[in-house]
Design a protein around this ligand. Structure first.
Ligand SMILES: O=C(O)C1=C[C@@H](OP(=O)(O)O)[C@@H](O)[C@H](O)C1
Ligand SMILES: C=C(OP(=O)(O)O)C(=O)O
Length: 449
């Protein structure tokens, strides 16, 4: 994104009170737009996240030939390309700040006869793409990518060329990644035969669930060496109707704000409780948080619930490494909660955080130490020493490195520190949580822009 930097400051706040609704899930929103664009017929999507990442995906899908409109009630209508297939975009496909967007779209595009050039913002342009381009090349795709000045290959811009006639593969990604799994399953729809992704650690299963909703069989075999997830191509998607549930990764911000701000008592409604996404809630429960999920119901094929949260005394814990995939985007905000706990919170096996929108281990460690919290960083983890309920000093100005989750985590910290916490740039928050400021203000949080 090229919007000008927009500093913001969180001021120590009174107790947070009230009821809010979690915004639409980002992962499910990307998939709804991409799958709807590929499908035969008209897909209606309600509850879509209106974040900048999703708007980039909408733009990308239009450039491949889908017709997408939003009506006055906020429902999105997608007329998919169906049997015509994606066509080569006339312009660069700019995926903005969205790793999920660019990786899933490159996988989907690989299944068609086309050529496309993919670009992104400063943050996306330094994130690794060979994790999907290498297996796509094995399937027969030609992909040229940039090598950085430091010699790191596989960066955007990427020029992808495919005949659409792909070879199915069996692939075990070296990192736990739903984006890699999803890209390969989408490419597999265009291959003749069965493409299998083998996951040693399960990652979010939204692609599997949503492909089934679009009429594509997805086979999952649980074996000793992991889950074998297969699609058999050529396969066609049939348009459907999607209701997007609320995003647990966004809900994490008001939830932790309430846990650390004395006297708080809030309800966050509409939170997706898919077990591949709820590792943070398990961890907070182990830390002794008052967190009660209630009113479980089904929405858009997922279970959702309302979460009641009260300010709590937290204890430090060791987060099991096997849980990382189910809370991968929540470590920066967990580290903020850990700053208030009694004892140390040890987070290991999270090297993947170094290749997100920013190096989130380094950025989180800097965020905390700038504000008087003791934190030790390792190659693939960090340990936070909590203040045993005492408000940390605060007063720092945090560098957000084009990273929405670092920006929001710093502002939440500043609601419960002794002094205000500032950030250099709040503009990226709109990528995943465009209603963050209004939602937090409705709970009584004092954040100045
Ligand atoms: O598939 C998805 O929707 C996502 C997968 C995760 O990335 P990785 O697959 O790189 O772990 C996560 O960090 C991202 O926010 C969304
Ligand atoms: C890592 C994230 O997203 P993406 O990979 O889609 O940029 C995130 O939202 O925290």
């Amino acid at each position: 994104m090229s919007s000008p930097a927009a500093p913001a400051t969180a001021v120590p706040s009174k107790a947070l009170k009230g009821t809010v609704k979690a915004p639409g899930d980002k992962s499910i929103s990307h998939r709804a737009i991409i799958f709807g664009a590929m499908a035969d017929g008209i897909t209606d999507v309600s509850g879509l996240l209106r974040g900048a990442d999703i708007l980039s995906t909408v733009g990308a899908m239009r450039s491949f030939g889908a017709k997408i409109t939003e009506n006055e009630t906020g429902t999105w209508r997608i007329e998919g390309v169906g049997a015509t297939g994606f066509s080569s975009p006339a312009e660069d496909v700019d995926c903005g700040n969205a790793g999920t967007g660019v990786r899933l779209i490159m996988g989907a595009a690989a299944g068609y006869d086309l050529k496309a050039r993919f670009t992104g913002d400063a943050s996306l342009s330094i994130r690794p793409m060979n994790r999907i381009l290498d297996p796509l090349r094995e399937m027969g795709v030609s992909a040229e990518a940039r090598t950085t000045e430091n010699g790191e290959p596989g960066r955007l811009p990427v020029i992808l060329k495919s005949s659409g006639d792909l070879k199915p593969i069996d692939y075990r990604p070296p990192h736990a990644s739903a984006q890699v799994k999803s890209a390969l399953l989408l490419a597999g729809l265009g291959a003749k035969g069965t493409t299998t992704v083998i996951e040693s650690v399960p990652t979010r299963d939204h692609t599997e669930n949503m492909l089934r909703a679009f009429g594509v069989p997805v086979d999952v075999k649980v074996a000793g060496d992991g889950n074998h997830i297969s699609v058999t191509g050529p396969a066609k998607l049939q348009a459907t109707t999607i209701k997007v549930p609320g995003d647990p990764s966004s809900a994490a911000f008001p939830i932790i704000a309430a846990l650390i701000t004395p006297g708080s008592d809030i309800l966050v409604e509409n939170v997706m409780m898919n077990p591949t996404r709820t590792g943070l809630f398990d961890t907070l429960n182990e830390m002794g948080a008052f967190l009660r999920a209630d009113n479980f119901r089904k929405s858009g094929g997922e279970t959702i619930a309302d979460i009641h949260v009260k300010h709590s005394r937290l204890n430090g814990v060791t987060v099991p490494e096997g849980r990382a995939a189910s809370m991968i985007d929540e470590y920066p905000i967990l580290a903020v909660a850990a700053a208030f706990a009694t004892g140390k919170t040890i987070m290991n096996g999270i090297g993947e955080l170094r290749v997100k929108e920013s190096d989130r281990i380094a950025a989180t460690a800097a965020l905390l130490s700038e504000n008087g919290v003791t934190v030790a960083e390792t190659k693939d983890g960090m340990t936070v020493t909590g203040s045993a309920g005492k408000a940390p000093l605060g007063g720092g100005t945090v560098k957000t490195h084009h990273d929405h989750r670092i920006a929001m985590s710093a502002l939440i910290l500043g609601l419960a520190t002794q002094n205000p916490v500032s950030i250099d740039d709040a503009s990226m928050i709109a990528t995943s949580f465009p209603t963050f400021f209004d939602l937090m203000a409705s709970l009584g949080a004092h954040i100045e822009r």
